[in-house]
Design a protein around this ligand. Structure first.
Ligand SMILES: [Zn+2]
Length: 472
């Protein structure tokens, strides 16, 4: 049946009035029923495309986009761009307004009402977006094998899109990065039934994929899967600084005799950070939430709701104690003698080009470096300055040489080597950003050659700022 815009879920002519409404797209049920195995919306969209034997692009531009435009006044083109990106699955399964448009539009088209559960939208008001989503597509080999065994499509789980999830809580394998090449679906429709095509199963080149995850990784993933389930029930409550504060105060008094510094040390973070959380000025990032739940032996929901539950202290892992973004930072816990030896070796080998680089390779902060190794720090700072100065000089010299050669080339061709002409010939080269350095090269070139500077009446040496003005 040809569909015309706008799509209405009305009954075709001649159908009884009391017949149930019909969906525009096949009303597929999403796979999975819990936080551990629920399908992501990106994966659902893929299956929908297959069901209709359309590409993602066609389905979006012909049906989903125009419907979204009608329902939410979002541009159909933008919907097209959403799925054109390599990370489209993460884009439309996340917690943005964009994901909401996708979920609601697909709900409308398939006559379903719960596709938003295939996105992270239930977490939207509860947790910080900071370092939440994984940057890469990943999968659990055990889950895919299970899908094949059960004769269904290998589908992507929503849980895998969260960066802090590193393992499958069901199979206890570490998640594997999805291959870059487009993955073909593992089943196709034949005579109305799905048949598996073993030859098109996912293929991964490289290291073995079935790597057992650590207890910490499995437990962390389980906590997050539980949150996906729990969040459905209290997402409306939203993030509450008070709840966060109540929980932390409770945990610190129960597990650390009320000393927040001990709690900070246990988590491997700074005291001021914990202070910010307790005072309510700072929202805990998602990885820190998970870490705190793990270390205190409670659910993530308990922290978000400020529940004063029974807690048990679990040792933080060194995995936890690394900073969220920059590697390093755990060096301060290593013996001083060891750090000193490593630092001296770095300096001797010439690998430490400045204080920042040295601190980073040792995994310590600049402040720590300065406090504990003042001599080395001083040397590194001076060395860093000297190095950057010489690099700058080198760059200037090579630019000046380049400028001069183009200047000469123009002159040899009988063309006046104006700055504009020389710069034009230098297009594509690294040209210094400052006017002063270009000007120096320009004047230098005139000084080095016998070319007479237009309008100045002077030869060469004129390193005089006025000469440029005169030339114009
Ligand atoms: Zn699995």
């Amino acid at each position: 049946m040809a569909m015309t815009f706008p799509f209405r879920r009305s009954l075709p002519g001649g159908w009884p009035e009391d017949a149930p409404p019909r969906s525009i797209l096949a009303s597929l049920a999403p796979y999975g029923c819990s936080g551990e195995d629920r399908e992501s919306l990106g994966s659902y969209l893929n299956r929908l495309c297959e069901e209709h034997e359309m590409t993602r692009w066609s389905l979006t531009t012909v049906i989903v986009g125009p419907t979204a435009e009608e329902l939410f006044h979002v541009s159909s083109d933008r919907m097209g761009r959403d799925i054109g990106r390599a990370a489209y699955n993460l884009n439309i399964s996340g917690l943005t307004e964009q994901a909401n448009h996708w979920a609601q539009t697909l709900n409308y088209l398939t006559l379903r009402n719960n596709l938003q559960l295939c996105t992270l939208l239930p977490l939207k008001n509860l947790v910080s977006n900071f370092v939440l989503l994984s940057k890469k597509g990943r999968f659990c080999p055990g889950c895919y094998e299970n899908d094949v065994r059960l004769g269904r499509d290998c589908y992507e789980r929503l849980l895998w899109s969260i960066a802090a999830v590193e393992a499958c809580p069901l199979h206890r394998f570490r998640l594997v990065n999805s291959p870059q090449a487009k993955k073909r679906r593992t089943s196709k429709r034949e005579n109305g039934t799905f048949t598996q095509e073993p030859s098109t199963q996912y293929k991964i080149a490289g290291p073995p994929t079935h790597v057992a995850a650590s207890e910490l990784e499995v437990e962390t993933s389980r906590l997050i899967a539980d949150l996906l389930d729990d969040a459905v029930y209290f997402s409306e409550a939203g993030y509450s600084a008070t709840a966060q504060s109540i929980f932390l105060t409770h945990a610190i008094s129960l597990l650390f005799d009320g000393v927040s510094a001990h709690f900070a040390a246990h988590l491997g973070i700074s005291k001021s950070q914990v202070h910010g959380w307790i005072k309510g000025g700072v929202q805990m990032s998602f990885p820190r939430l998970v870490q705190t739940a793990y270390c205190c032996g409670c659910a993530i929901a308990d922290i978000l709701l400020g529940n004063s539950v029974m807690l048990s202290l679990r040792p933080a892992s060194s995995d936890h104690q690394r900073p969220l973004i920059q590697p390093g930072g755990t060096g301060a816990r290593r013996p001083q003698a060891e750090l000193r030896a490593e630092l001296d070796a770095l300096i001797r080998s010439g690998r430490a080009i400045n204080a920042t680089e040295a601190a980073r390779s040792l995994g310590i902060s600049l402040k720590y470096l300065k406090r504990n190794f003042p001599q080395q720090q001083e040397w590194l700072v001076a060395h860093g300055h000297k190095l950057s100065e010489s690099l700058r000089r080198e760059a200037t010299d090579s630019f000046n040489d380049l400028y001069l050669s183009e200047h000469n080339a123009l002159h040899a061709a009988g063309i006046y080597p104006s700055r504009r002409r020389v710069l034009k010939r230098l297009e594509g080269e690294a040209i210094p950003g400052t006017y002063r350095r270009v000007q120096q090269a320009h004047l230098g070139a005139f000084a080095a050659t016998a070319v007479k500077m237009a309008g100045s009446g002077k030869r060469g040496k004129a390193i005089c700022p006025d000469s440029e003005r005169l030339k114009r």
